[in-house]
Design a protein around this ligand. Structure first.
Ligand SMILES: C[S@@+](CC[C@H](N)C(=O)[O-])C[C@H]1O[C@@H](n2cnc3c(N)ncnc32)[C@H](O)[C@@H]1O
Length: 298
């Protein structure tokens, strides 16, 4: 059941981060107001460019694999377009990985991207236009989304945004959004801390992280470099705001799923690769364990 994720060098998914990171930074300044997500959305792609941020939990290959099995399954089942909802997208990475698998069957999908903040939606729109992908953007809190009949809802590292009570609401909502036999695929880092308290920030980590960003920041290409002073502030704001609600284990997910007519059809643990930093910080490559899970609407 345990798998170790290796760097996915062979996964040539098109993600022009150098071109989009400055755009994400600019748009965050314009659109991130109401949800206090500016520290995250303006800096996430820079962290990825610096090799610190791990997209899709650091195991994009596991998502590619899941999408490939679905594509094969759906191909054998002749039915109309498949409706897919990407929920909570820090940037366009999930769309890029989905398209990696489905680009040969463009007519078979109806893709919607949801986020409560416009910044990641702008990044997805920018990417989709660049790739000629037709997508629908939904700026909404997922807990308020009234739509239905999705075949697949996919996200990663999303549960940390919800405390345990809100997670029941989230899984209930996801269950209602899925058609019968629809799939919810996601992964989340596991932590031992109490699930009903936001993760505390360890003081000594702050300076370690900011120092590392300054060092890595110097390697950024001229075109997408951020002035050092801004880099330092962005790093500080980023780490101070990264306080997710922990997920202790698969049992927590199974428990919530059971209360929402969602059945666990597959799950495995993943160990994302230890980055040279050795720093344990939310959203970074730090050797943490993840659980990857498939839930099906009963
Ligand atoms: C952790 S990120 C997702 C990470 C992403 N899956 C990745 O690796 O690329 C969370 C995203 O979910 C969005 N979000 C958080 N709570 C939300 C909610 N209740 N409804 C909709 N979007 C939400 C945030 O704005 C952010 O863009």
């Amino acid at each position: 059941m345990n798998r170790t994720t290796e760097p996915t060098a062979n996964l040539l998914v098109y993600e022009p981060l150098s071109a989009s990171a400055p755009l994400g930074h600019k748009w965050a300044g314009l659109y991130c107001g109401p949800h206090f997500c500016q520290s995250y959305h303006r800096f996430w792609q820079y962290l990825r460019l610096m090799g610190l941020g791990s997209t899709l939990g650091g195991h994009p290959d596991a998502y590619i694999e899941a999408f490939s099995s679905l594509q094969t399954l759906w191909q054998d089942q002749t039915s109309g377009k498949r409706r897919i909802l990407i929920a909570g997208a820090a940037d366009y990475s999930m769309l890029a990985h989905l398209w990696q698998v489905f680009q040969l069957y463009p007519g078979s999908l109806e893709i919607s991207v949801l986020d409560r903040c416009q910044t990641p939606l702008k990044l997805n729109q920018w990417y989709a236009e660049r790739r000629g992908i037709s997508i629908r953007l939904l700026e909404s809190d997922i807990l308020l989304l009234e739509e239905e009949e999705y075949d697949l809802i996919v996200t990663s590292s999303f549960l940390g945004n919800f405390d345990p009570d809100a997670r029941f609401e989230l899984f209930n909502r996801i269950s209602r959004l899925l058609r019968k036999d629809g799939q919810f695929i996601s992964s989340n880092r596991l932590r031992p801390q109490p699930e009903n308290q936001r993760l505390p920030i360890e003081e000594e980590r702050i300076e370690q992280f900011v120092g590392l960003v300054e060092k890595r920041g110097r390697t950024l290409a001229e075109t997408s470099a951020l002035p050092l002073s801004e880099l330092r502030q962005a790093a500080m704001d980023y780490i101070m705001d990264r306080r997710p609600f922990p997920v202790n284990g698969l049992a927590s997910i199974e428990n919530i799923a059971g209360a929402s007519e969602l059945t666990l059809t597959r799950a495995f643990y993943l160990q994302n690769r230890q980055s040279a930093t050795g720093l344990s910080i939310p959203t970074l490559n730090d050797g943490s364990q993840y659980v990857f899970f498939h839930l099906t609407r009963a």
